[in-house]
Design a protein around this ligand. Structure first.
Ligand code: HEM
Length: 149
């Protein structure tokens, strides 16, 4: 009888040990990568920034705002901004969205064309649907600061 109780106790202790190991493994496992990491880090964000800006600055429907703008500087600034917004460890030293677009009189149509250019760039670089949607969701509310006309 007492031998049986002893064996049961032993089983319970082993089971508890197993459970604790499982819990410990779950809590110490590496966290899920953030959006910045899943997109491909700063290199991919620079590519995305560069290709999107190449598109909108040459499209007759959107190019007027970019006349006289130093595109290399803007590309770097947008890449840093996207890095910060997606959870990357970057320092964005540019203006707020409201200040940087205040004088440009950007219309809803121009804003939507830029979003489409961004979508096309994300697709061209094989960015996943989840990442694409997460990025667009972050940028969508900025419309109220960018569009002034
Ligand atoms: C959610 C959408 C947008 C985001 C996140 C965004 C982001 C930015 C960023 C980060 C800068 C750099 C600001 C700085 O360095 O101080 C910038 C500047 C600029 N953006 Fe946008 N932008 C958006 C929409 C647009 C649209 C729709 C246009 C025009 C079609 C546009 C045209 C410009 C121009 C021309 C500049 C340079 C302004 C200057 O240097 O004086 N942006 N934008």
């Amino acid at each position: 009888m007492s031998e049986k109780v002893g064996a049961e106790m032993k089983s319970i202790v082993i089971l508890l040990g197993l459970l604790m190991t499982i819990v410990a493994c779950q809590t110490t496992s590496t966290p899920e990568p953030n959006l910045y990491q899943r997109i491909g880090g700063q290199k991919m964000l620079h590519t995305i920034s560069s290709q999107t800006l190449d598109s909108v600055s040459t499209d007759p429907a959107t190019k007027r705002s970019f006349e006289g703008v130093k595109m290399a500087t803007l590309k770097q600034s947008l890449a840093d901004f996207l890095c910060k917004e997606t959870g990357g460890d970057c320092v964005y030293e540019g203006e707020t969205m409201k200040n940087s677009h205040a004088e440009l009189a950007i219309t809803t149509a121009e804003f939507e064309l830029m979003v489409q250019a961004l979508r096309d760039t994300l697709d061209a670089n094989n960015i996943g649907t989840r990442e694409k949607n997460e990025l667009l969701k972050i940028l969508a509310p900025m419309k109220r600061d960018v569009v002034t006309k």
